[in-house]
Design a protein around this ligand. Structure first.
Ligand SMILES: *Cc1c(COP(=O)(O)O)cnc(C)c1O
Length: 243
């Protein structure tokens, strides 16, 4: 059980985040329904996921497969329609976690190499319940060209998009990026918007852009983000990442 007052805290934080999304959409001349809020619940307990689910937040983001697996189990015992939740893996995914991830994930936002595309596709063939549909994939791009931080560099992006698009059990949704620390988010998301437009000329089936977090969701929505991944603004400061 959550500590007393936690539900009210989450209600208030969710209201504030939804208002920020609505304002950013209005400023950009977009409809608020065009933006999906993914609540990034890493390091937070299953109780928080359950409260958010009751408040209608059905898209849940986790960075680690192991944490997601454990939390899903607990959430299933807390929320009557836990099956309606869509689990998004937003952190770097090791290839050896593909077999687990495909059994429950709705989307992977951090696909950044052909080896992972192949591992997910192969694992889905073996282990994914067909009723889940194809695994949705956002290809993570490196905006500063430093692949150490995750993300494919621009030169390798077209080939990776072709690879993902050609796989039966993956559905290419679009691109994802995290701006480098201390960069200007507006500049970074403008580059991402431009890159997305150029890649859509080749892959018009891409319809989603995963960009924007607690600190910069307005800048991302101004540049066309369809999925914002919000952690601390909803759930408060995180504890140390474990697992
Ligand atoms: C943790 C995390 C988020 C959420 O970040 P906040 O700043 O807490 O909103 C979003 N995306 C990714 C990839 C993350 O790892």
């Amino acid at each position: 059980m959550n500590e007393p007052g936690r539900d009210a805290q989450l209600v208030a934080a969710l209201g504030a985040v939804r208002a920020r999304i609505a304002d950013a959409c209005a400023a950009a001349g977009r409809e608020a329904q065009q933006v999906t809020l993914v609540a990034v619940t890493k390091t937070r307990p299953a109780d928080d996921v359950a409260v958010l689910a009751r408040l209608g937040v059905l898209d849940v983001g986790e960075s680690k497969d192991q944490e997601a697996v454990a939390k899903r189990e607990t959430v299933a015992a807390l929320v009557p329609d836990a099956a309606a939740l869509r689990w998004h893996l937003v952190g770097r995914l090791q290839t050896n976690k593909a077999k687990s991830a495909v059994t429950y994930a709705h989307a992977v936002h951090s696909l950044d190499r052909p080896k992972l595309a192949r591992a997910l596709d192969d694992a889905a063939a073996e282990r994914r319940d067909p009723s889940l549909g194809p695994l949705e994939v956002f290809v993570q791009v490196s905006l500063d060209g430093d692949p150490e931080r995750g993300g494919v560099v621009e030169a390798d992006l077209p080939a990776l998009l072709d690879d993902v698009a050609g796989r039966d059990r993956l559905r290419l949704r679009g691109l994802m990026a995290v701006p480098p620390i201390d960069s200007d988010p507006d500049e970074q998301f403008a580059r991402l918007e431009d890159l997305f437009a150029r890649m859509r000329a080749i892959h018009p089936e891409m319809d989603a852009l995963s960009a924007g977090m607690s600190g910069d969701l307005e800048a991302a929505i101004a540049r066309g983000a369809t999925h914002v991944r919000v952690g601390s603004a909803l759930l408060g400061r995180r504890g140390p990442v474990v697992g």
